[in-house]
Write a protein that binds this ligand. Structure first.
Ligand code: FDA
Length: 391
């Protein structure tokens, strides 16, 4: 039995940040991970360049049953704190768009930073290690396939269910259940949408086409691209909308966010009355999309042949194209898992379970989910930091 102060299950973003902070407080920490490779999700993030934070981070960038829960941790460890750490390691980075910071070179640099800090502080890693049982008496006993640990503080940073191929598991939720903690039903988010067969028959032909839009779901709007796929919709605007989407809800797409479609169509009817609607729409939308869209809605004929009402219908559809997706694509593609350990069970200051001394949950396993754009890593850093001050 190895005696230590803190065992952290999950050597991902939040787990390593927590380890570093606890290590600075001279706590004896062991990071346990079932994977043989450290930080696999960090390595695949941001297309291999890791969008490690967002300078516009604010509580409104997150979804949770309790939208106030994230405030304390985000205020105590901000994007600027992580940026200072990144700068301190000489990692070059840039803002891609909308406050999203990416490494210039590789996500490996972020993993190296975290692992380097852990090594400096004497934190040990136990990799390829399956946890078999956890017991709580005065302290925690953790039985694994490698060695057993006894510790005062146990931190669960096992992440969500997205991308099982890189080690995602439901283990964090199982531990929560073992200790009778309530869980907000997990579901895939920051994910594409599968369309219903009627729409898919038309729009699957557009796989690869992207359109600049404003997508609104559940009263939250995003100005970004949608991308058509073989199953339906992807692209940043769809991914963002998926965070707010629930079964049977519509998403509404403004296909011409920079122009008033009614004015545009009326003007075109005056200027080019003999032109077909689809050819007019090709002037402001990708050609393949305009053609398929007009075919789907039977928007046929020359502009001069259109009634005022017909033109109004086209304008309305362009401004607020309503789609009822069949589902999201699922955990194989989703960037995050929405839901998780109910924040009502945790202290927002320390991430400690209110009714169980010494048990902490950090990162994505908690019911705090960020929008696309570096927010989820910021939550991992902030929640890991918060727990690291107390474990
Ligand atoms: P994380 O998933 O990082 O770590 C969990 C750790 O627990 C893993 O090491 C895993 O092996 C381990 N584990 C799981 N089960 C275990 C068990 N039973 N026993 C032991 N160990 C176990 N976010 C962002 O802000 N910017 C971005 O650019 C991206 N990009 C991105 C791309 C893709 C493809 C995905 C899938 C996700 C992103 N994300 C992202 C989301 C981001 O990666 C995610 O929110 C954080 O990694 C969450 O950090 P955690 O430490 O909570 O979990």
């Amino acid at each position: 039995m190895k005696i230590c102060d803190v065992v952290i299950i999950g050597a991902g973003a939040a787990g390593m940040m927590c380890a570093i902070e606890a290590g600075k407080r001279k706590r004896k920490v062991v990071l346990v991970d079932h994977s043989h490779k450290i930080g696999r999700k960090i390595l695949i993030s941001g297309g291999g360049r890791c969008n490690f934070t967002n300078i516009n981070t604010c509580p409104e960038s997150f979804v949770s049953k309790n939208p106030h829960f994230c405030k304390s941790a985000l205020a105590r460890y901000t994007p600027h704190d992580f940026i200072e750490l990144v700068k301190g390691h000489g990692i070059k980075f840039h803002e891609k768009k909308l406050g999203q910071l990416f490494c210039d070179n590789s996500a490996h640099e972020i993993v190296d930073l975290l692992v380097g800090e852990c090594h400096k502080l004497g934190i040990s890693f136990q990799l390829g290690c399956q946890t078999e049982a956890i017991e709580k008496n005065d302290n925690f006993t953790i039985k694994t396939n490698k060695e057993n640990f006894a510790c005062e503080s146990l931190v669960i940073g096992t992440g969500g269910l997205s991308i099982p191929q890189v080690g995602a598991s439901s283990y964090g939720y199982e531990i929560a259940k073992q200790f009778n903690l309530s869980i907000i039903e997990p579901s895939p988010a920051l994910d594409g949408f599968n369309l219903k067969a009627t729409e898919l028959n038309y729009f699957k032909n557009l796989a690869g086409v992207s359109v600049d839009t404003v997508v609104t779901c559940n009263n939250v709007a995003f100005r970004e691209n949608i991308l058509f796929t073989h199953n339906g919709l992807s692209g940043p605007a769809s991914l963002q909308a998926s965070l707010y989407w629930e079964k049977s809800m519509p998403i509404t797409i403004n296909l011409l966010p920079d122009i008033d479609p009614s004015m545009f169509l009326s003007q075109m009817r005056r200027d080019k009355p003999r032109t077909e609607v689809k050819n007019i729409l090709c002037e402001v939308l990708p050609k393949r999309f305009a053609e398929e869209f007009c075919q789907y809605y039977s928007f046929n004929g020359n502009l001069s042949e259109m009634s005022e009402k017909g033109l109004g219908q086209i304008a309305q559809t362009l401004k607020a194209w309503q789609i009822f997706p069949e589902s999201t694509v699922g955990y194989k593609k989703a960037e995050v898992t929405k839901g998780g350990v109910d924040t009502a069970e945790l202290s927002s200051r320390s991430m400690e379970v209110k009714k169980i001394n010494g048990l902490y949950f950090v990162g994505e396993v908690v019911d705090v989910t960020g929008q696309l754009g570096g927010y989820n890593f910021q939550w991992a850093w902030s929640s890991g930091f918060a727990a690291g001050q107390y474990v």
